[in-house]
Design a protein around this ligand. Structure first.
Ligand code: C2O
Ligand code: CU
Length: 555
């Protein structure tokens, strides 16, 4: 080989090695109380490092993170890495009372885990009480292989959420131990933590510069507590390429629908006349009941190079929040880029009925009956003195039961009128045990007990294929024949349609305790959750090891 060729070969090899060498990222996060003024309201809120959104974690696929979290705030906290599999690191997953006790004030905890076999846009958020409202940030994993959608000129992070006029944990108090929850705060939609320019209170508007002809990757995440969001950019078509860290068959749309807990990556090509365009979020898909959600969009400016910055930007027109059509249109385009790849045989068939109902209060609660979120007619009570994972791992009896029924007692009309069988639920800390590698088919059926609305369900530790969805009562004899087992999209969060069902398939390939819950914080607060416990397998890498770092003490 000629010397120059040899040098090129060595250099190429070095670059390859540099690229493939996994790194470990050491991060130090300080959870604190921060005074923030937005939308003309000041509130003391809980933040990571004083920022909303909090710090972005940005790593390459295969890297390890070691995040040392110190709680200097006024509340116990915990942090969840939403969408990250936590393969064999269930202890680092974070949901309070499920995989750890919440972190006491004044204490520290180390979350250590490696991200393998997944890439894209994820996020982290607090996973106790309503602290997620102000404790969230992006978790970006760059793929080992170049993405199919090609190079982009730049990437922009856009996280939507809500701003409450007071401490969100105080807002939560209006929602618990009562049959009649009260929204005791003014709520604004936010984008990257800011309500944006339309609220009539002085606010900074974030500007994203673009150059005519270039294409940009927008990483969209709905970190909001209680509302689905539409995302739009005035006059621009968006190309959807990835959701929840999984590539989709690309499609064009002028509006993106994102539920709390979902991430969606879209391409924006600057192909309109040079100028400024507003882009942002407004509330999507709300039932025509209850207090109206905030209806003012939260916007940023997409500003073309060479545009006159004194021109007022073009404003997008959002679809009506009461119209389900845009949601359905959008959903019908979601197809996976990779073909369906689970084993053919389904080992476990589950149909879970989920809805808002009531339960009787405990002796310690200041009520007789209260509003509840139920799955299989049962509301989930958090264990208080140990987490479910600690109880499972250490064989501590009496903490949880394993009796979530696989099917509803009868397949009835769950949706067209209030279903009397589901109005008063029962309570428990119920789980469903899965054997390692079980292929699970889980149909989530909406029930109309106290009204009806969609429920964005999130499964920890796994992605699932969305193989079916309809606005009907699920019929186990008929509907599975229509499932898409060719190119279904993969998500970690998906809405049970308003008055319908959604069918998921996943493989229980990750030993540990994995929460399934509605990602509307109100509903989770009301107990719309359960946990799967995946037992150890017998092969290598099929046994859950103990925690890498001591979990927070439970007292
Ligand atoms: Cu994004 Cu269990 O949470
Ligand atoms: Cu819900």
């Amino acid at each position: 080989m000629e010397p120059t060729k040899l040098l090129v070969a060595i250099f190429t090899l070095l670059v390859l090695v540099a690229h493939s060498a996994a790194e470990t990222h050491f991060l130090f996060w300080n959870v604190e109380t921060t005074n923030i003024t937005h939308n003309c309201f000041s509130a003391n809120v809980t933040t990571v490092n004083g920022q909303i959104p909090g710090p972005t974690v940005e790593i390459n696929e295969g890297d390890t993170v070691v995040i040392n979290v110190t709680n200097n705030a006024n509340y116990e906290i915990s942090i969840h890495w939403h969408g990250i599999f936590q393969f064999l690191t269930n202890w680092a997953d974070g949901p309070a009372h499920i995989t750890q006790c919440p972190l006491n004030i004044g204490s520290s905890q180390i979350y250590e885990f490696t991200v393998t076999g997944q890439s894209g846009t994820f996020f982290w958020h607090a996973h106790n009480n309503w602290l997620r409202a102000t404790m969230y940030g992006h978790f970006i994993v760059h793929p080992a292989a170049a993405p199919p959608f090609g190079e982009v000129a730049a990437e922009y992070s856009i996280i939507s959420g809500e701003w409450f006029s007071q401490d969100p944990n105080v807002v939560e108090l209006g929602f618990i131990d009562t049959l009649n929850p009260v929204e005791n705060a003014t709520v604004a939609n936010t984008i990257n933590g800011e309500p944006g320019p339309l609220y009539g209170c002085p606010a900074d508007t974030q500007i994203f510069p673009v150059t005519s002809g270039s294409t940009y990757l927008l990483r969209l995440t709905n970190a909001g507590l209680n509302n689905d969001h539409f995302f739009k950019v005035a006059n621009h078509t968006l190309t959807v390429v990835r959701a929840d860290g999984n590539y989709l068959q690309p499609f064009d749309t002028d509006v993106v629908v994102i539920t709390p807990g979902q991430t969606t990556d879209v391409l924006l090509t600057a192909n309109q006349p040079i100028g400024s365009y507003y882009g942002g979020v407004n509330v999507a898909e709300v039932p025509n009941v209850g207090a109206p959600p905030p209806s003012t969009p939260a916007l940023v400016i997409i500003q073309y190079e060479g545009s006159n910055s004194t021109d007022s930007p073009v404003t997008p027109e959002f679809p009506s929040m009461f119209n389900l059509m845009p949601v359905d249109n959008y959903t019908s385009f979601l197809k996976g880029l990779e073909p369906y790849s689970l084993p053919e045989t389904v080992d476990v068939e589950l149909v879970y009925v989920a809805g808002i109902a009531s339960v009787n209060c405990n002796a310690s609660e200041p009520c007789t009956t209260k509003i509840a979120g139920t799955i299989q007619n049962s509301t989930f009570d958090d264990p208080q003195n140990t987490s479910v994972l600690e109880a499972y791992y250490n064989n501590i009896p009496g903490v949880f039961t394993t009796d979530v029924p696989d099917l509803p007692p009868v397949f009835e009309d769950f949706t067209s009128q209030p279903d009397r069988n589901y109005i008063l639920g029962n309570r428990g800390t119920r789980t469903r045990v899965l054997q390692f590698n079980d292929v699970v088919q889980l149909v989530l059926q909406n029930v109309n007990a106290f009204g009806i609305l969609d429920h964005p369900f999130h499964l920890h530790g796994h992605d699932f294929y969305v193989v079916g969805r309809n606005y009907t009562n699920f019929n186990p004899d008929v509907d599975p024949a229509g499932f898409n087992l060719v190119d279904p999209p993969k998500f970690n969060t998906i809405s049970i349609p308003n008055g319908g069902w959604v069918a998921l398939r996943f493989q229980a390939n990750n030993p540990g305790v994995w929460l399934l819950h509605c990602h509307f914080e109100r509903h989770k607060t009301w107990g719309m959750e359960m946990a799967f416990i995946t037992e150890n397998g017998s092969g290598a890498n099929e046994t859950l090891p103990g925690p890498l770092h001591p979990p927070p003490s439970c007292t």
